[in-house]
Design a protein. Structure first.
Length: 149
């Protein structure tokens, strides 16, 4: 059985840990197993902060996890608006948006946090994978202010 790869905060701490999730039914303890070649550590974690790895990486090679807040730039749309002045607020709003990453029953999805052109928000999309650039700008635990845009 393969253990899920996660990040979570260390129990009674604000420190983020990455590793493999382990739950002990006998003690009801949530832990991360961190491996290092021939050694491993089991560390208690806060279960409320468990965030699964999505198997996606931001362009900066930073892993993207559930509950991350990311900025996605549509590279195809940016190319279409090349004639407009770079830095134009309208173009920036069309091309780059802020999303929350979450598991949507059977697949990774994103929820729009910034308003779209007609003022809607909280719109849900499949996790985009083609012609986009990702940037992780925070997460819902450390940066709740980013959830209200």
């Amino acid at each position: 059985m393969k253990l899920p790869y996660i990040k979570a905060k260390k129990l009674y701490s604000e420190v983020w840990l990455k590793g493999y999730y382990l739950y002990d039914e006998r003690t009801r303890r949530h832990s991360i197993v961190q491996t290092n070649h021939d050694d491993f550590k089991i560390i208690g974690i806060n279960p409320a902060t468990i965030s699964n790895y999505t198997d996606f990486d931001a362009n900066s090679r930073k892993e993207i996890y559930e509950n991350d807040i990311i900025r996605i730039t549509d590279l195809t749309m940016r190319e279409s608006f090349k004639a407009f002045k770079k830095g134009s607020e309208l173009v920036d709003n069309l091309v780059t948006r802020t999303y929350l990453v979450f598991w949507n029953r059977t697949k990774w999805s994103v929820k729009l946090l910034s308003k779209d052109l007609i003022g809607q928000r909280d719109i849900i999309f499949d996790f985009p994978t083609e012609n986009v650039k990702y940037e992780v700008i925070g997460n819902r635990f450390d940066n709740p202010e980013l959830l209200v845009n």
